[in-house]
Write a protein that binds this ligand. Structure first.
Ligand SMILES: N[C@@H](CCC(=O)N[C@@H](CS)C(=O)NCC(=O)O)C(=O)O
Length: 308
C-alpha cells in the first residue's frame, strides 16, 4: 500500500485524471468517496478551506490540485515518467491549457440542455437546486467557468478534430510512444463527455481519437481500497508532516510568514497558514487543525496566489 489516500467522487473528471494515472503506474492506494457538494466535514479539516476535487493525502501532508498531485505520484513512481525532460515546459503548458480552457469548454458541453435531460443528478428537483446553489457559491467572484454553449461547441469539435488528425499522423500517445501528463489532462476532459452516452455522437467522426481514448481507459484505476472519511482523518491525526528540506522562496516571501493561498481561476476559498515554501514548483503552508493537528498543505506554483 502506497500511503496515498485520494479524496474524490466518481463523477469528477479531475478525480478521473488521477485515478487513471494511478492505474497507469499500477499503484495500490486508498480512496474516500466525498459528497459531490458541500459540506465535506471529512475533507475541509485536511485542506483548511480549499474545496476543489480531488485532494490527495499522504499521512499529514495534503496535496491540492491535480497539477501537484500528478507530479508527486510521478516522483514516487518514476518508472515511465509522464514528465519527459526534453519536452517539460511545453507539456506543462499544454496540460495547463487543457485543464483550464478546454475544461471550461467541456463544462458547457456536458451541461447543455440535451445532456441535462438524461443526467441522473437533474432528475430530482431538490438535488438539482442544491447542486446549482453549491456551484454558484463555489464559483463566486469568478467568471472562469462560464462559457455559453454556442461559444463552447465549435471550440470543442475543432479540438477533437485536431487531436484526431495528430493521432492519425503520429502517436500512439499525444507526445509519442508513451503517455505524458498531456494525455491524462486530455483524457479526463474526453471522459467527461464520452461517458455521457447521449453526447457520444460527437466522437463518431474521430476514430483515431477513440482508439487513443480506449488505450487510456485500459490503464484502469490501480488497486483501490475504499475507506471512510473518518479513517482518513485518523491517519492524518496519527501522522506528522514530512519535513521540507531546501525550501525555496520567490519574491519577498519568507519562511514562517502568515499567508493566505488560493487558486487564481475559481474556487476562491483561501487556506491560511504559516509559509513553509514558495519556490518554482510548490507552495506549502502549515496549519494547526483542532481535529487533526499539524497538517502541511501543498499547492502547485502555477495557478495559485499567495497573499501575506
Ligand atoms: N485545477 C484543479 C481543478 C479541479 C476542479 O475544478 N474540480 C472540480 C470537480 S472535477 C471541482 O472542484 N468542482 C467543485 C467541487 O467538487 O466542489 C485541479 O487540477 O485539481
Amino acid at each position: 500500500m502506497s500511503g496515498i489516500v485520494l479524496h474524490q467522487y466518481a463523477e469528477s473528471p479531475f478525480s478521473e485524471k488521477v485515478r487513471s494515472l494511478l492505474g497507469y503506474k499500477g499503484v495500490s492506494y486508498q480512496a474516500v468517496e466525498i459528497p459531490m457538494i458541500m459540506p465535506r466535514p471529512d475533507t475541509i479539516p485536511l485542506t483548511g478551506g480549499y474545496r476543489k476535487t480531488p485532494v490527495m493525502q499522504i499521512g499529514a501532508d495534503v496535496y491540492c490540485d491535480t497539477a501537484i498531485i500528478c507530479r508527486v505520484i510521478d516522483d514516487i513512481y518514476p518508472d515511465h515518467t509522464i514528465y519527459p525532460e526534453e519536452h517539460l515546459a511545453m507539456i506543462n503548458t499544454v496540460a495547463h491549457w487543457t485543464d483550464t480552457f478546454l475544461f471550461k469548454v467541456c463544462v458547457s458541453i456536458a451541461f447543455q440542455p440535451r445532456a441535462a435531460a438524461t443526467n441522473p443528478l437533474f432528475q430530482d428537483e431538490n438535488a438539482m437546486s442544491a447542486f446549482m446553489a453549491d456551484r454558484a457559491e463555489f464559483s463566486k467572484g469568478s467568471s472562469e467557468l462560464g462559457m455559453s454553449f454556442e461559444t463552447a461547441e465549435p471550440h470543442f469539435i475543432a479540438h477533437l478534430n485536431q487531436l484526431d488528425q495528430q493521432l492519425s499522423a503520429g502517436g500512439p500517445f499525444l507526445f509519442g510512444d508513451k503517455p505524458c501528463i498531456v494525455d491524462f489532462s486530455t483524457y479526463h476532459n474526453v471522459w467527461f463527455i464520452y461517458s455521457r452516452e447521449v453526447l457520444r455522437d460527437y466522437f463518431e467522426p474521430f476514430e483515431h481519437l477513440v482508439a487513443w481514448y480506449e488505450k487510456m481507459v485500459a490503464f484502469g484505476h490501480g488497486s483501490v481500497e475504499m475507506i471512510s472519511g473518518g479513517d482518513a482523518l485518523a491517519q492524518a491525526s496519527a501522522a506528522e508532516p514530512e519535513e521540507i528540506v531546501d525550501a525555496a522562496f520567490l519574491g519577498d516571501f519568507q519562511a514562517g510568514q502568515s499567508v493566505s493561498v488560493m487558486p487564481i481561476d475559481y474556487g476562491f476559498q483561501p487556506v491560511n497558514g504559516e509559509l513553509l515554501a514558495a519556490g518554482m514548483d510548490e507552495i506549502a503552508v502549515a496549519r494547526n487543525d483542532d481535529q487533526v493537528g499539524r497538517i502541511v498543505v501543498h499547492f502547485p506554483r502555477t495557478g495559485f496566489q499567495v497573499v501575506a
